[in-house]
Design a protein around this ligand. Sequence first.
Ligand SMILES: [Mn+2]
Length: 341
Amino acid sequence: MLIINTGIRDPNFTYMTGFASGLFEGNSLIISRKGIELLTNSLEYEDAMKQRAPGLRVVKVSSSKQLRSLLSSAIKGRTIGINEDFLPASLYGRIRRAYGPRKLVDASGAFSNARMVKDQGEIDSIRKAARITKAAMVKIRNRLREGMTEKELAAEFDYISSSLGSEGPSFSTIACFGKNSSMPHHMPGNTRLRKGDFILIDAGARVQNYCSDITRTMIFKDNSNARDHIRKAEMYGVVKEAQRIAISMIKEGVVASKVDKAARDYIDGFSKGRYRGRFIHSLGHSLGLEVHDGNGLAPGNREKLKAGTVVTVEPGVYVPGFGGVRIEDDVVVRKHGAEIL
Ligand SMILES: [Mn+2]
């Protein structure tokens, strides 16, 4: 198999090397029955040698001619697995033309299967990342002030998260005020925080490259409009209960779509269907080196949950023009239940 990074690292490069730091721009990884070989350059060589695990051979390539000859001898006439989910079409074409493989086959499925079930070290990293994000969610409460913008809140959240030990956000922090919270992927803008507003924060940290993904929804101070406040509290309660139902069902062997359905049925059936159809995305996704690391708790997913898989559980209720509530936690599927990270 051949993994080639572009300006960003292929997540499978990270998976195979375990490298926490360094960019390894344009570097190649050749994986064969003989072992793993990293073709790097003088820019990254020291970083590679420092982090090198036993079994990884590091080759410092000093010229493009040398690189071409190394790649050619590895590829020519052979069937090569590549990651079609990552490799740009331009690079794919160049490999085919320049190195004459017998065949290029997609290995992305094999990688995602291997990555799906986590070992204890991987789970520990996700747990640390989840704890950082949850601690930041608590700390941010003291920074909330009337008139602040969503952008300011997102920036302060990222600062707190970094100071608690995150290597960086696992995706762009989502912060929504008021009715903006009815849009699940709203990007923080210049909307200012007002009394009685929903505050929805969806954010994640990275530890040893592993991601967390947590959402919390709050109501900012009390609202003079008591009817709106009761409605918001009700929405929160519905989502919280849907999440509880879903988490209580999760264990090894349960069909993924059934967990989604249980949460969805509860939301749809609440109070004669007051929120029917207001849960507009799937219940959760697999989490790991990437925020969306593979199949998850989605309506169409007939797979049975495997022990050691990490998934998000994130029901939501969205009422356009009014606001939305989402609550998201990360859990490990275990033999007899879910472990909340
Ligand atoms: Mn998520």
